[in-house]
Ligand binder design. Structure first.
Ligand SMILES: Cc1cc2nc3c(=O)[nH]c(=O)nc-3n(C[C@H](O)[C@H](O)[C@H](O)COP(=O)(O)O)c2cc1C
Length: 194
């Protein structure tokens, strides 16, 4: 099992070129996303795979200016869900959490296949919903831009994006994001020490 390789190699590259999008590829990505865990196995994630040139062009028009790089893609996956599709426990709504896990699985599978799967939030959701005939009341959570990384196209990106292409954006230190909870026995009591 070499999951860590896909995790380490994955990057949200912007210098991408189009790929051949077969039915097999779409099924493969959807299948791996479908294996994700979810609250009560509710599987709240929904995907629309867009590969027709005409539809892609229309979705390109809905992208934020900073996402012009995505116009080189030949596959865009719309990710949507609805709070009612999944557990709501007290005030915790799990649909976004579970859909995110599923997208994570899909991205890692795409990475394993040598592809770039770059999640974006910068688009006009109303325009995309209309183009894809999605109901008004769903939450269009993200688009996934799929292509192949192209060293040749890096020079066409604006300077800040070019820099991020060459070096992985920095991460917070592990101390900032994770605490080790030590459980120590003390006279029959368990103490959680941060
Ligand atoms: C929910 C979400 C929204 C994002 N939106 C955009 C976006 O609109 N445009 C973009 O270029 N990158 C977008 N990104 C990519 C992030 O900028 C990127 O994941 C982050 O800088 C870390 O870089 P890495 O993925 O290469 O490690 C988004 C990522 C996520 C998960």
């Amino acid at each position: 099992m070499i999951v860590h390789e896909a995790i380490e190699i994955r990057r949200s590259y912007r210098a991408i070129e189009p790929i051949e999008v077969s039915d097999d590829l779409i099924e493969d990505l959807a299948y791996h996303a479908s294996l994700a865990p979810s609250c009560y196995n509710n599987q709240p994630w929904r995907f629309v795979f867009v590969r027709s040139r005409e539809k892609l062009e229309r979705i390109y028009n809905a992208l934020s200016p900073g996402n012009s790089w995505a116009k080189n893609s030949s596959l865009i996956i719309a990710v949507y869900s609805k709070r009612e599709y999944d557990c709501i426990i007290c005030d915790r709504e799990y649909y976004l959490f579970d859909t995110g896990i599923s997208v994570g699985f899909m991205i890692l599978r795409a990475t394993e296949l040598g592809l770039v799967a770059h999640v974006i939030a910068g688009y006009n959701p109303e325009v995309v919903k209309e183009e894809l005939n999605l109901p008004e009341d769903i939450n269009l959570i993200a688009l996934i831009i799929v292509g192949r990384h192209s060293e040749r196209l890096i020079k066409d990106l604006p300077p800040p994006q070019r820099e991020r292409e060459e070096k992985r954006p920095p991460r917070k230190s592990l101390n900032e994001i994770a605490k080790i909870m030590r459980i120590e026995k003390n006279g029959g009591m368990f103490i959680h020490a941060g």
